[in-house]
Design a binder for this molecule. Structure first.
Ligand code: S3P
Length: 182
């Protein structure tokens, strides 16, 4: 396996809950041999709580501050070995400073998935506090409308992956990564 990335640069996946960042990220990791990082999991490890409990006990704004701190840490501690595949929480683009930090980490890819697919892909998950107790369809529609411009502004590349298989998404991202860095 030949890592397609220069030392210290990463592939960063952004997009709404349910767009497939973790699944695609793990497959990219397998295909490249690069480590897989998930900002939600890193924050859960650091705080010692799962995301729903972080939201309930510390609040969303504390969670957003933890996202900022984590991205700053990743940016400020580059090493030749720190290239990786980074999957991010869907709201990471909300803080303007994160949008710049994400771009500084490497090649940022927006997995853009349409509402029907987001709805079916989030149907079973219990771990997303922003979807609790709400009409999921109108909530996702509202988040898609509000955040799409932020994803567009942050991403180097957008892929409409609604109808694509994971392997197809991975192939396209690897090709685009190669062009981006060459
Ligand atoms: C959030 C998305 C979640 C997680 C948290 C908030 C959001 O991550 O960070 O529940 O604001 O969209 P996923 O996109 O991985 O589900």
């Amino acid at each position: 396996m030949i890592p397609p990335l220069p030392d210290g640069r990463s592939i960063v996946l952004i997009g709404l809950m349910g767009c497939g960042k973790s699944t695609v990220g793990r497959e990219l990791s397998r295909a490249t041999g690069l480590p897989f990082l998930d900002t939600d999991l890193l924050i859960e490890d650091q705080v010692g709580m799962e995301i729903p409990r972080i939201f309930a006990e510390l609040g969303e704004s504390r969670f957003r501050a933890l996202e900022v701190a984590l991205l700053n840490y990743l940016r400020d501690h580059p090493s030749p070995r720190s290239s990786g595949i980074i999957s991010t929480g869907g709201g990471i683009v909300l803080r303007p400073e994160n949008r710049d930090t994400l771009r500084s980490l490497g090649f940022v890819v927006w997995l853009d998935v349409d509402l029907p697919n987001l709805l079916s892909r989030t149907a079973r998950a219990q771990n997303r506090p922003l979807l609790y107790g709400q009409d999921r369809e109108s909530r996702l529609r509202q988040l898609l409308g509000a955040r799409s411009p932020l994803y567009a502004q942050t991403a180097h590349f957008r892929i409409n992956s609604s109808e694509l298989k994971v392997a197809q998404v991975v192939d396209i991202i690897l090709q685009q990564t190669h062009s981006f860095f060459s």
